[in-house]
Design a protein around this ligand. Structure first.
Ligand code: FMN
Length: 180
């Protein structure tokens, strides 16, 4: 290769490298029994993303009936439970996958706190949920409702308990679409 050709090729290489920088991605999730965490880990692996677990300052009681009663009370009263500190570098992320278990047909209250915090303003939010026999129900539309300043996808992923069919291909599809 001539010196001139080499120079042009190096220049083109530099330009390409600069334009193919990937958007920084975070997978944020809340879990009580591990199902949503399992899905979150698969998404993070596929997307090369960082993981952030949404945690309550005061955890739910360990007794299942008490958990259910408290969660139901929070949802019906519209209470947003306090969560631990958000990631200090949250501003750096462009795309945030947000995972929740389905509670009474919608997203869990700690996830509502996260979405309503205002910290996701302007970001692309891609929801995913795990559920029992009821399915995702209002989870995705409620995510959009709660995160008014975000660009929320309402074609989220949902899976039954810890089963994850199609999760990797859905993750790939979402990443391609939002980075177009
Ligand atoms: C308080 C509570 C409410 C729930 N409500 C629903 C529901 O409305 N519909 C549904 O399909 N599953 C419901 N489930 C089942 C969970 O969504 C499901 O088991 C989920 O995978 C749990 O995720 P996790 O292990 O990440 O906490 C509920 C579970 C709990 C604890």
């Amino acid at each position: 290769m001539s010196a001139k050709k080499f120079f042009i090729s190096a220049l083109v290489g530099t330009t390409l490298a600069a334009t193919t920088v990937q958007a920084k991605t975070l997978v944020a999730y809340f879990t009580l029994t591990g199902n949503t965490q399992h899905a979150a880990e698969i998404i993070a692996q596929k997307a090369g993303a960082d993981l952030y677990q949404i945690e309550l300052i005061t955890p739910y009681p360990s007794d299942y009936k008490e958990q259910i009663a408290l969660a139901k009370k929070e949802l019906s009263e519209g209470t947003l439970p306090l969560i631990k500190d958000l990631p200090a570098n949250l501003d750096e992320y462009d795309i945030i996958f947000v995972g929740s278990p389905v509670w009474w047909g919608t997203i869990a209250t700690p996830v509502r706190t996260f979405l309503a915090s205002g910290a996701l303003k302007g970001k692309t939010v891609i929801p995913f949920v795990t559920h029992g026999s009821g399915g995702p129900d209002k989870s995705f539309t409620d995510t959009k409702e709660l995160c008014k300043d975000c660009k929320v996808r309402t074609d989220g992923w949902s899976g039954y308990n810890n089963l994850t069919p199609g999760l990797e291909s859905w993750t790939q599809k979402m990443l391609e679409e939002v980075q177009k």
